[in-house]
Design a protein around this ligand. Sequence first.
Ligand code: PEP
Ligand code: MN
Length: 346
Amino acid sequence: MRGSAAVMVVMTPQASEAEIAAVVARLETTGVHVLVMPGELTTAIGAIGDPERVSELGLEGLAGVDRVVPISRPYKLASSELAHHEPTTVAVAGRQVGGGDTFCLIAGPCTVESREQTLAVAEAVKAGGASMLRGGAFKPRTSPFAFKGLGVPALEILAEARAATGLPIVTELLDAQHADAIAQHADVVQIGARNMQNYALLEVAGKLGKPVLLKRGLSSTVDELLMAADYVLKEGNEAVLLCERGIRTFETATRFTLDLSAVPWLKLHSHLPVIVDPSHAAGDRRLVEPLSRAAAAVGADGIIVEVAQDPEAALCDGPQALYARDFATYAAGVAAHAALLGKRVA
Ligand code: PEP
Ligand code: MN
């Protein structure tokens, strides 16, 4: 039943018949299907129907109600349970992301710093077999005094790199006021981890008519990631790529903790493709290849990885960037792991 969901209202052991009848009556005002299940100790009342309207009834506050237990998952459009059963395949400039046959390798600098740097990395990742080029024009920086990207001139450099290599461009939308410029140049609009809960920006991204790569927030659960995806999907944009990029845990040895369990979990509970960012998770280029291989082996639909010609000189995220000269060997290793699951890099 598309769009339907269920809740269970558990009554206290002391609840009276009148209190049970009052809950049933309130549920029935929304037109949901109600089923009363008397137990030995307590009575449970099941309701199947529009979960939005049920959640607006304020059942938790009614006399005799112990708790209201949602049976359905809180995300709707991103869920494999309610909206779709087949995995979604996202088309990006003639390439297919997701669907089980292909593995998408997105590579490039953290940030566009200059024309020469960007074109050199673009050529190197193209030669190494990358599927798309990444590069930030507008950067979310923890300190307001750090380099924030070149802005619109960077988008023009990315367009030139696209023309030179044929690689589609993935770049971040940081602020709604840049939406038109980003939409003009990006093939995939990235929403950064720090903006996963910027719901107004998610709606703007959903309206651009471009695929959206949605990064998981630093401290967000996978449920919250899928509800954020719902914000984009509800704008009629079905082309959403979920991205696991590491989360905050007690562990500080790595920059973040790459949650590899999220990959098969998301594949199970959502129909959307799942991409892994090992660079921001690790913060250390020496960990990037093993984590990338693991991501491919655990079923990711692709990787987004940072690569630099001269990481020592990079203005942002140098320590985690792969050397461009190592990219082809790296890509071959990842492709071999993707091949174990019947996927070819495309
Ligand atoms: C990035 O891709 O360069 C970036 C800033 O990523 P995140 O939003 O995951 O930190
Ligand atoms: Mn970065």
